[in-house]
Design a protein around this ligand. Sequence first.
Ligand code: PLP
Length: 403
Amino acid sequence: MNNISNEEFDCHFLNEGFTAKDLLDQTIDEVSSSNDKDAFSAADLGDILKKHLKWLKALPWYTYPFYAVKCSDRTIGKTLVVIGTGFDYASKTEIQIVQSFGVPPGRIIYANPRKQVFLIKYDATNGIQMMTFDSEVELMKVARAHPKAKLVLDCKAVHRLSVKSGAILKTKQAKELNIDVIGVSFHMGSGCTDPEIFMQAISDAPCFDMGAEVGFNMYLLDIGGGFPGSEYAKLKFEEIARVINPYFPTDSGVTLIAEPGRYYVASAFTLAVNIIAKTLVLKEQTGSDDEDELSEKTFMYYVSDGVYGSFNCIFYDHVHGKHLLQKHPKPDERYSSSSMWPTCDSLDRIVECYGLPKMHVGDWMLFENMGAYTAAASILNGFQRLTIYYVMSGSAWQLMWQV
Ligand SMILES: *Cc1c(COP(=O)(O)O)cnc(C)c1O
Protein backbone atom coordinates (compact mmCIF):
# COMPACT_ATOMS: atom_id res chain seq x y z
CA MET A 1 0.00 0.00 0.00
CA ASN A 2 1.09 3.55 -0.44
CA ASN A 3 -0.32 6.90 0.41
CA ILE A 4 -0.32 8.45 -3.01
CA SER A 5 -3.65 9.54 -4.32
CA ASN A 6 -4.61 10.02 -7.93
CA GLU A 7 -4.88 13.78 -7.46
CA GLU A 8 -1.21 14.02 -6.64
CA PHE A 9 -0.26 13.01 -10.15
CA ASP A 10 -0.05 16.09 -12.29
CA CYS A 11 -0.55 14.08 -15.43
CA HIS A 12 -2.51 14.37 -18.67
CA PHE A 13 -4.42 11.28 -19.58
CA LEU A 14 -4.11 10.39 -23.21
CA ASN A 15 -7.17 9.44 -25.16
CA GLU A 16 -7.17 6.02 -26.77
CA GLY A 17 -4.79 5.98 -29.73
CA PHE A 18 -3.16 9.30 -28.79
CA THR A 19 0.55 9.11 -27.93
CA ALA A 20 3.03 11.28 -26.05
CA LYS A 21 4.46 12.28 -29.43
CA ASP A 22 0.98 13.41 -30.53
CA LEU A 23 0.74 15.56 -27.43
CA LEU A 24 4.11 17.13 -28.25
CA ASP A 25 2.96 17.92 -31.77
CA GLN A 26 -0.25 19.38 -30.46
CA THR A 27 1.57 21.51 -27.91
CA ILE A 28 3.94 22.72 -30.59
CA ASP A 29 0.96 23.78 -32.70
CA GLU A 30 -0.47 25.65 -29.75
CA VAL A 31 2.67 27.49 -28.71
CA SER A 32 3.75 28.26 -32.27
CA SER A 33 1.10 30.96 -32.48
CA SER A 34 2.22 32.51 -29.20
CA ASN A 35 5.36 34.44 -28.33
CA ASP A 36 6.52 31.89 -25.82
CA LYS A 37 8.87 29.55 -27.62
CA ASP A 38 10.71 28.18 -24.62
CA ALA A 39 11.93 24.61 -24.70
CA PHE A 40 9.68 22.08 -23.00
CA SER A 41 9.58 18.35 -22.51
CA ALA A 42 7.01 15.58 -22.43
CA ALA A 43 7.36 12.63 -20.08
CA ASP A 44 5.46 9.44 -20.79
CA LEU A 45 4.86 7.74 -17.45
CA GLY A 46 3.58 4.70 -19.32
CA ASP A 47 7.09 4.24 -20.68
CA ILE A 48 8.38 3.89 -17.12
CA LEU A 49 5.81 1.21 -16.43
CA LYS A 50 6.81 -0.55 -19.65
CA LYS A 51 10.44 -0.54 -18.52
CA HIS A 52 9.47 -2.02 -15.20
CA LEU A 53 7.52 -4.85 -16.82
CA LYS A 54 10.49 -5.52 -19.07
CA TRP A 55 12.73 -5.62 -16.01
CA LEU A 56 10.50 -8.14 -14.27
CA LYS A 57 10.40 -10.33 -17.34
CA ALA A 58 14.08 -10.28 -18.28
CA LEU A 59 15.94 -10.60 -14.98
CA PRO A 60 15.73 -13.35 -12.33
CA TRP A 61 12.37 -12.98 -10.57
CA TYR A 62 13.98 -11.96 -7.30
CA THR A 63 15.92 -8.99 -8.73
CA TYR A 64 14.68 -5.97 -6.81
CA PRO A 65 15.41 -2.55 -8.35
CA PHE A 66 16.46 0.33 -6.07
CA TYR A 67 16.01 3.30 -8.36
CA ALA A 68 18.97 5.74 -8.28
CA VAL A 69 17.08 8.88 -7.43
CA LYS A 70 19.77 11.27 -8.66
CA CYS A 71 18.29 10.82 -12.08
CA SER A 72 15.03 12.55 -11.96
CA ASP A 73 12.07 14.34 -10.48
CA ARG A 74 9.04 14.08 -8.25
CA THR A 75 6.39 12.78 -10.59
CA ILE A 76 8.74 10.06 -11.76
CA GLY A 77 9.51 9.20 -8.16
CA LYS A 78 5.83 8.96 -7.30
CA THR A 79 5.24 6.70 -10.27
CA LEU A 80 7.98 4.37 -9.06
CA VAL A 81 6.59 4.35 -5.53
CA VAL A 82 3.27 3.13 -6.90
CA ILE A 83 4.96 0.53 -9.10
CA GLY A 84 6.83 -0.63 -6.01
CA THR A 85 10.55 -0.16 -6.68
CA GLY A 86 13.05 0.63 -3.94
CA PHE A 87 15.18 3.76 -3.89
CA ASP A 88 18.92 4.30 -3.75
CA TYR A 89 20.17 7.58 -2.31
CA ALA A 90 23.62 9.09 -1.92
CA SER A 91 23.20 12.57 -0.42
CA LYS A 92 21.07 14.72 1.85
CA THR A 93 19.09 16.22 -1.02
CA GLU A 94 18.34 12.78 -2.37
CA ILE A 95 17.09 11.32 0.91
CA GLN A 96 14.88 14.38 1.36
CA ILE A 97 13.38 13.71 -2.05
CA VAL A 98 12.92 10.01 -1.33
CA GLN A 99 11.29 10.65 2.03
CA SER A 100 8.94 13.19 0.50
CA PHE A 101 7.61 10.38 -1.71
CA GLY A 102 6.66 8.44 1.40
CA VAL A 103 8.90 5.47 0.61
CA PRO A 104 8.91 2.86 3.42
CA PRO A 105 12.37 2.58 5.08
CA GLY A 106 12.79 -1.06 4.05
CA ARG A 107 12.78 0.06 0.43
CA ILE A 108 15.68 2.50 0.80
CA ILE A 109 19.44 1.94 0.61
CA TYR A 110 22.11 4.55 1.38
CA ALA A 111 24.36 3.58 -1.50
CA ASN A 112 27.35 5.77 -0.96
CA PRO A 113 30.42 4.10 0.54
CA ARG A 114 31.67 7.52 1.73
CA LYS A 115 28.92 8.46 4.11
CA GLN A 116 28.08 11.57 6.09
CA VAL A 117 27.69 10.82 9.78
CA PHE A 118 24.51 12.86 10.17
CA LEU A 119 22.92 10.84 7.37
CA ILE A 120 23.92 7.57 9.05
CA LYS A 121 22.21 8.90 12.19
CA TYR A 122 19.24 9.98 10.13
CA ASP A 123 18.91 6.44 8.81
CA ALA A 124 19.14 5.02 12.34
CA THR A 125 16.30 7.27 13.52
CA ASN A 126 14.15 6.54 10.49
CA GLY A 127 14.52 2.79 10.32
CA ILE A 128 16.66 2.72 7.18
CA GLN A 129 19.05 -0.16 7.63
CA MET A 130 20.84 -0.88 4.38
CA MET A 131 23.99 1.02 3.47
CA THR A 132 27.20 0.33 1.59
CA PHE A 133 30.75 0.60 2.95
CA ASP A 134 34.24 0.07 1.61
CA SER A 135 36.71 0.68 4.44
CA GLU A 136 37.39 0.43 8.13
CA VAL A 137 36.87 4.17 8.57
CA GLU A 138 33.32 3.79 7.28
CA LEU A 139 32.76 0.82 9.57
CA MET A 140 33.74 2.87 12.58
CA LYS A 141 31.36 5.67 11.62
CA VAL A 142 28.55 3.14 11.29
CA ALA A 143 29.47 1.36 14.55
CA ARG A 144 29.06 4.64 16.42
CA ALA A 145 26.06 6.10 14.62
CA HIS A 146 23.98 3.10 13.57
CA PRO A 147 25.15 -0.19 15.11
CA LYS A 148 22.05 -2.03 13.84
CA ALA A 149 22.74 -1.17 10.20
CA LYS A 150 22.84 -3.95 7.58
CA LEU A 151 25.97 -3.34 5.60
CA VAL A 152 26.77 -4.14 2.03
CA LEU A 153 30.45 -4.29 1.10
CA ASP A 154 31.17 -2.15 -1.96
CA CYS A 155 33.73 -4.08 -4.02
CA LYS A 156 34.25 -1.53 -6.74
CA ALA A 157 37.16 0.11 -5.01
CA VAL A 158 39.00 -3.12 -4.38
CA HIS A 159 41.55 -4.23 -6.92
CA ARG A 160 40.29 -7.24 -8.83
CA LEU A 161 43.10 -9.64 -8.06
CA SER A 162 42.79 -9.03 -4.37
CA VAL A 163 39.02 -8.75 -4.21
CA LYS A 164 38.60 -11.85 -2.08
CA SER A 165 41.32 -11.20 0.45
CA GLY A 166 40.43 -7.51 0.71
CA ALA A 167 36.80 -8.37 1.20
CA ILE A 168 37.55 -10.97 3.85
CA LEU A 169 39.68 -8.47 5.75
CA LYS A 170 36.93 -5.85 5.76
CA THR A 171 34.28 -8.35 6.73
CA LYS A 172 36.43 -9.46 9.64
CA GLN A 173 36.78 -5.86 10.75
CA ALA A 174 32.98 -5.53 10.69
CA LYS A 175 32.70 -8.65 12.81
CA GLU A 176 35.08 -7.19 15.39
CA LEU A 177 32.97 -4.04 15.53
CA ASN A 178 29.87 -6.18 15.83
CA ILE A 179 28.17 -4.80 12.71
CA ASP A 180 26.21 -7.03 10.39
CA VAL A 181 27.35 -7.46 6.79
CA ILE A 182 24.58 -8.90 4.63
CA GLY A 183 26.17 -8.88 1.20
CA VAL A 184 28.35 -7.29 -1.44
CA SER A 185 27.78 -4.72 -4.14
CA PHE A 186 29.42 -3.47 -7.27
CA HIS A 187 28.45 -0.66 -9.59
CA MET A 188 29.79 -1.29 -13.09
CA GLY A 189 29.77 2.37 -13.74
CA SER A 190 27.44 3.93 -16.14
CA GLY A 191 27.92 3.68 -19.85
CA CYS A 192 29.40 0.19 -19.61
CA THR A 193 29.43 -1.21 -23.13
CA ASP A 194 30.64 -4.73 -22.59
CA PRO A 195 28.38 -7.43 -21.15
CA GLU A 196 31.50 -9.46 -20.28
CA ILE A 197 32.28 -6.84 -17.65
CA PHE A 198 29.01 -7.58 -15.90
CA MET A 199 29.79 -11.27 -16.10
CA GLN A 200 33.28 -10.74 -14.75
CA ALA A 201 32.01 -8.70 -11.83
CA ILE A 202 29.41 -11.28 -10.90
CA SER A 203 31.81 -14.18 -11.07
CA ASP A 204 34.45 -12.19 -9.15
CA ALA A 205 32.08 -11.05 -6.45
CA PRO A 206 33.53 -12.45 -3.25
CA CYS A 207 30.36 -13.95 -2.09
CA PHE A 208 28.69 -16.00 0.45
CA ASP A 209 31.25 -18.63 1.30
CA MET A 210 33.29 -15.71 2.56
CA GLY A 211 30.47 -14.67 4.89
CA ALA A 212 30.33 -18.15 6.32
CA GLU A 213 34.10 -18.08 6.85
CA VAL A 214 33.78 -14.97 8.99
CA GLY A 215 30.52 -15.98 10.63
CA PHE A 216 28.01 -13.83 8.78
CA ASN A 217 24.90 -14.88 6.98
CA MET A 218 25.50 -13.08 3.69
CA TYR A 219 22.63 -13.34 1.27
CA LEU A 220 22.53 -10.15 -0.76
CA LEU A 221 24.23 -9.28 -4.03
CA ASP A 222 23.84 -5.71 -5.31
CA ILE A 223 24.70 -5.53 -9.00
CA GLY A 224 24.54 -1.72 -9.14
CA GLY A 225 23.34 0.43 -12.02
CA GLY A 226 24.44 1.10 -15.56
CA PHE A 227 21.56 -0.58 -17.35
CA PRO A 228 20.94 1.25 -20.63
CA GLY A 229 17.87 3.42 -20.82
CA SER A 230 17.39 3.75 -24.53
CA GLU A 231 17.27 1.40 -27.46
CA TYR A 232 20.15 3.31 -29.07
CA ALA A 233 22.62 2.30 -26.36
CA LYS A 234 25.51 0.16 -27.59
CA LEU A 235 24.96 -2.45 -24.93
CA LYS A 236 21.37 -3.68 -24.87
CA PHE A 237 19.49 -4.41 -21.68
CA GLU A 238 18.59 -7.86 -23.01
CA GLU A 239 22.27 -8.70 -23.47
CA ILE A 240 23.02 -7.83 -19.87
CA ALA A 241 20.08 -9.94 -18.74
CA ARG A 242 21.35 -12.85 -20.84
CA VAL A 243 24.73 -12.64 -19.15
CA ILE A 244 23.30 -12.33 -15.64
CA ASN A 245 20.64 -15.01 -15.77
CA PRO A 246 22.75 -18.20 -15.88
CA TYR A 247 24.33 -17.25 -12.56
CA PHE A 248 20.99 -17.15 -10.79
CA PRO A 249 18.79 -20.22 -10.81
CA THR A 250 15.17 -19.76 -9.66
CA ASP A 251 15.99 -21.07 -6.20
CA SER A 252 19.44 -19.54 -5.67
CA GLY A 253 18.49 -18.28 -2.21
CA VAL A 254 20.27 -15.02 -3.02
CA THR A 255 18.61 -11.64 -2.63
CA LEU A 256 19.57 -9.83 -5.79
CA ILE A 257 19.23 -6.06 -5.90
CA ALA A 258 20.24 -3.49 -8.49
CA GLU A 259 20.49 0.29 -8.66
CA PRO A 260 19.15 1.26 -12.06
CA GLY A 261 18.89 4.97 -12.81
CA ARG A 262 18.78 5.85 -16.48
CA TYR A 263 17.17 2.52 -17.28
CA TYR A 264 13.82 3.62 -15.88
CA VAL A 265 13.70 7.20 -17.11
CA ALA A 266 15.85 7.93 -20.16
CA SER A 267 13.39 7.05 -22.89
CA ALA A 268 10.36 8.50 -21.12
CA PHE A 269 11.34 12.08 -21.89
CA THR A 270 11.30 13.93 -25.19
CA LEU A 271 12.56 17.49 -25.36
CA ALA A 272 11.26 20.11 -27.80
CA VAL A 273 13.49 23.07 -28.63
CA ASN A 274 12.80 25.97 -30.95
CA ILE A 275 15.17 27.07 -33.70
CA ILE A 276 15.98 30.70 -33.02
CA ALA A 277 18.64 31.30 -35.67
CA LYS A 278 20.33 29.49 -38.51
CA THR A 279 23.52 29.82 -40.53
CA LEU A 280 24.93 28.00 -43.50
CA VAL A 281 28.48 26.72 -43.47
CA LEU A 282 30.09 25.81 -46.74
CA LYS A 283 32.70 23.12 -47.05
CA GLU A 284 33.20 23.77 -50.73
CA GLN A 285 32.38 27.06 -52.38
CA THR A 286 30.45 26.66 -55.59
CA GLY A 287 30.23 30.32 -56.35
CA SER A 288 26.50 30.28 -55.95
CA ASP A 289 24.49 32.10 -53.34
CA ASP A 290 21.50 29.88 -53.75
CA GLU A 291 21.20 27.64 -50.69
CA ASP A 292 19.80 24.78 -52.72
CA GLU A 293 22.59 24.65 -55.28
CA LEU A 294 25.48 24.22 -52.93
CA SER A 295 27.04 20.80 -52.81
CA GLU A 296 28.70 20.46 -49.41
CA LYS A 297 26.79 22.37 -46.87
CA THR A 298 26.06 22.19 -43.23
CA PHE A 299 23.30 24.04 -41.55
CA MET A 300 23.90 25.29 -38.05
CA TYR A 301 20.80 25.69 -36.02
CA TYR A 302 20.78 27.69 -32.85
CA VAL A 303 18.15 26.41 -30.50
CA SER A 304 16.56 27.64 -27.32
CA ASP A 305 18.28 25.22 -24.98
CA GLY A 306 21.77 23.79 -24.87
CA VAL A 307 24.50 21.89 -23.08
CA TYR A 308 24.47 24.35 -20.22
CA GLY A 309 20.77 23.65 -19.92
CA SER A 310 18.90 20.49 -20.71
CA PHE A 311 21.78 19.05 -22.67
CA ASN A 312 24.18 19.13 -19.73
CA CYS A 313 24.19 15.35 -20.04
CA ILE A 314 26.54 15.59 -23.00
CA PHE A 315 29.39 16.73 -20.78
CA TYR A 316 28.34 15.11 -17.61
CA ASP A 317 27.34 11.79 -18.89
CA HIS A 318 28.49 11.40 -22.50
CA VAL A 319 24.93 10.83 -23.52
CA HIS A 320 23.50 12.33 -26.62
CA GLY A 321 19.85 12.85 -27.15
CA LYS A 322 18.65 11.66 -30.46
CA HIS A 323 16.93 13.79 -33.06
CA LEU A 324 13.37 12.78 -33.60
CA LEU A 325 12.16 14.21 -36.84
CA GLN A 326 9.00 16.19 -36.76
CA LYS A 327 8.97 16.34 -40.52
CA HIS A 328 10.65 13.82 -42.73
CA PRO A 329 13.17 14.81 -45.39
CA LYS A 330 12.73 13.81 -48.99
CA PRO A 331 15.68 11.67 -50.16
CA ASP A 332 17.28 14.58 -52.03
CA GLU A 333 16.78 16.93 -49.12
CA ARG A 334 19.02 15.48 -46.45
CA TYR A 335 21.53 17.90 -45.07
CA SER A 336 24.23 17.59 -42.52
CA SER A 337 23.38 19.76 -39.58
CA SER A 338 24.64 20.92 -36.26
CA SER A 339 22.44 22.07 -33.47
CA MET A 340 23.88 24.70 -31.20
CA TRP A 341 22.89 26.62 -28.21
CA PRO A 342 22.92 30.37 -28.62
CA THR A 343 25.84 31.12 -26.32
CA CYS A 344 28.02 30.73 -29.40
CA ASP A 345 30.47 28.85 -27.30
CA SER A 346 32.11 26.28 -29.51
CA LEU A 347 31.60 23.67 -26.82
CA ASP A 348 27.93 24.24 -26.84
CA ARG A 349 27.22 21.94 -29.74
CA ILE A 350 24.35 19.67 -28.96
CA VAL A 351 24.40 17.26 -31.79
CA GLU A 352 25.76 16.87 -35.27
CA CYS A 353 23.97 14.76 -37.69
CA TYR A 354 23.39 13.96 -41.27
CA GLY A 355 20.08 13.55 -42.95
CA LEU A 356 17.97 16.28 -41.45
CA PRO A 357 15.55 18.09 -43.68
CA LYS A 358 16.14 21.79 -44.16
CA MET A 359 14.65 23.55 -41.15
CA HIS A 360 13.64 27.12 -40.61
CA VAL A 361 13.79 29.64 -37.83
CA GLY A 362 10.71 29.06 -35.70
CA ASP A 363 10.62 25.29 -36.42
CA TRP A 364 10.91 22.86 -33.54
CA MET A 365 13.46 20.10 -33.07
CA LEU A 366 12.66 17.11 -30.93
CA PHE A 367 15.17 15.06 -28.99
CA GLU A 368 14.36 11.64 -27.63
CA ASN A 369 15.83 9.90 -24.60
CA MET A 370 16.28 13.04 -22.56
CA GLY A 371 15.08 11.55 -19.29
CA ALA A 372 18.26 10.74 -17.42
CA TYR A 373 20.71 13.25 -15.97
CA THR A 374 19.30 16.18 -17.88
CA ALA A 375 17.64 19.36 -16.79
CA ALA A 376 14.87 18.42 -19.21
CA ALA A 377 13.82 15.89 -16.63
CA SER A 378 14.63 17.33 -13.27
CA ILE A 379 13.85 19.95 -10.76
CA LEU A 380 17.10 21.51 -9.65
CA ASN A 381 17.12 22.91 -6.14
CA GLY A 382 13.36 23.11 -6.21
CA PHE A 383 13.21 25.15 -9.41
CA GLN A 384 11.90 23.58 -12.52
CA ARG A 385 13.83 24.92 -15.44
CA LEU A 386 11.34 24.18 -18.11
CA THR A 387 7.78 22.99 -18.45
CA ILE A 388 7.36 19.24 -18.33
CA TYR A 389 4.10 17.70 -19.52
CA TYR A 390 3.50 14.35 -17.89
CA VAL A 391 1.30 12.01 -19.86
CA MET A 392 -0.03 8.51 -19.48
CA SER A 393 -2.58 6.38 -21.26
CA GLY A 394 -5.66 5.29 -19.33
CA SER A 395 -4.69 1.63 -19.63
CA ALA A 396 -1.16 2.26 -18.35
CA TRP A 397 -2.64 4.18 -15.41
CA GLN A 398 -4.82 1.24 -14.43
CA LEU A 399 -2.06 -1.30 -14.94
CA MET A 400 0.32 0.78 -12.83
CA TRP A 401 -1.82 0.23 -9.73
CA GLN A 402 -1.87 -3.52 -10.30
CA VAL A 403 1.80 -4.45 -10.68
C1 PLP B 1 24.51 6.90 -10.52
C2 PLP B 1 24.55 5.63 -9.83
C3 PLP B 1 23.70 4.59 -10.22
C4 PLP B 1 22.79 4.69 -11.41
O1 PLP B 1 23.51 4.65 -12.60
P1 PLP B 1 22.78 4.45 -14.00
O2 PLP B 1 23.87 4.35 -14.97
O3 PLP B 1 21.93 5.67 -14.22
O4 PLP B 1 21.98 3.21 -13.90
C5 PLP B 1 23.73 3.44 -9.47
N1 PLP B 1 24.54 3.29 -8.40
C6 PLP B 1 25.37 4.26 -8.00
C7 PLP B 1 26.25 4.03 -6.82
C8 PLP B 1 25.41 5.46 -8.70
O5 PLP B 1 26.24 6.42 -8.30
